[in-house]
Write a protein of this length. Structure first.
Length: 251
């Protein structure tokens, strides 16, 4: 506690004594002021340190937030989806254009198409990257098969007028394989195929494959009882008619 203030007492009213009184009072006021200044002590050092720590923690948090934002931006740039990576790798490699030689008229199959299907028989080439690079070749082969199926449908409907003349896209099978339940995980077939029928896609089947693998097949899918009986009687009649004609020729 500061010492109690002392009041100045007036001793004499003479001019000389009055000057001494004034000087002594001034000195007391100065001493009081100095004591008052001494009493105004600065705040504890702990408060200053806390304030400094808080300001430093705020700045460090801001720096950490900036670092996290920079890292997030870098990671978002570095993370690229697999499809984009495949597309970029495909762009780097040269795309093979469709051959300009060996073309055939519409309704025929060229050797170029058979060569393309032969490549797909090799698992080394039967993958999405190779297929993407050779897509122009595939599109040309696909067009040849579409023209062939269109021409064959015209001939087939002349033989059986109950078969509708459908566009090729409605009877041609996809080139993509269903690998869900297969040990062979190659994504593409190594052949072209199509199906024709009076009521749907089951019936006459055409299959194009290189190295003598092409064929035509016909049949009935899940026939009913009456249809099955008729088919069996027709087969028996055809057999006896055939054997009888062969016997007569031998005689």
């Amino acid at each position: 506690m500061p010492p109690p203030r002392k009041r100045a007492r007036k001793v004499s009213t003479s001019p000389e004594e009055g000057s001494e009184y004034a000087s002594s009072s001034e000195s007391e006021v100065e001493s009081l002021n100095s004591e008052a200044l001494d009493d105004e002590t600065p705040p504890p050092a702990s408060q200053n340190s806390r304030a400094g720590k808080n300001s430093r923690s705020h700045t460090s948090r801001g720096k950490n937030a900036d670092k996290r934002e920079k890292k997030g931006a870098k990671s978002s740039i570095s993370k690229v989806s697999p499809s984009k990576k495949e597309a970029s790798s495909t762009k780097k490699r040269k795309i093979v254009q469709a051959p300009t030689t060996g073309r055939v008229p519409p309704g025929q199959i060229s050797q170029n198409t058979l060569d393309f299907l032969q490549k797909l028989k090799d698992p080394e080439y039967n993958d999405r990257e190779w297929f993407k690079l050779h897509e122009p070749v595939y599109r040309q082969a696909e067009k040849e098969w579409n023209d062939f199926v269109d021409a064959f449908t015209t001939t087939l409907t002349e033989v059986d007028d109950e078969i509708p003349h459908l566009p090729p896209k409605d009877v041609i099978h996809r080139i993509y394989r269903d690998v869900r339940f297969s040990n062979d995980k190659t994504p593409y077939k190594s052949n072209f195929s199509a199906s024709f029928s009076r009521t749907g896609r089951k019936g006459t089947f055409s299959h194009l494959s290189p190295n003598g693998g092409s064929f035509f097949a016909a049949g009935v899918w899940c026939p009913g009882k009456n249809e099955l009986d008729q088919i069996r009687w027709d087969e028996i009649n055809i057999y006896f008619t055939f054997t009888h004609s062969v016997t007569l020729d031998l005689i």
